[in-house]
Design a binder for this molecule. Structure first.
Ligand code: HEC
Length: 98
């Protein structure tokens, strides 16, 4: 019988799946001038950033080693695969994306 091999794409993440997860993120990370409307705070741009950096940032929020109440809440529910997929999506849209 054929065992189900891990998906070839799983090492880098699946940007198509990530796009669906990113739907919640772009509410904050895809806004003009990268400022939340109210209250006004800066939101970093994710598109075009290095994937390893984004993965480590999300894991740090999830584990609580990087403190930010909003992002800790966002990252808390993401699995390792979710993090790979969503960061693959943000890398795939490039610098001019959200
Ligand atoms: C409610 C608004 C909001 C939502 C929704 C949100 N973020 Fe964030 N995000 C922020 C803010 C504000 C920061 C800056 C926090 C800080 O200074 O550490 C941030 C920081 C980050 C960083 C670190 C970026 C850097 O340059 O260091 C990553 C990665 C990130 N968010 C990914 C995501 C992902 C993936 C999602 C969706 C699952 C998401 N965020 C949803 C507001 C949000």
């Amino acid at each position: 019988m054929i065992a189900l091999a891990p998906l070839a794409s799983s090492a880098q993440g699946d940007p198509e799946r990530g796009k669906v997860i990113a739907y919640t993120c772009t509410g904050c990370h895809g806004i003009p001038f990268y400022k939340n409307v109210y209250p006004t705070y800066s939101v970093p741009k994710l598109g075009g950033q290095n994937q390893e950096y984004l993965v480590s940032a999300l894991k740090a929020y999830r584990e609580g080693t990087r403190r930010h109440a909003t992002m800790q809440a966002q990252a808390a529910t993401l699995s390792d695969q979710d993090i790979l997929d969503v960061t693959a999506y943000f890398v795939s849209i490039g610098e001019n994306g959200s």
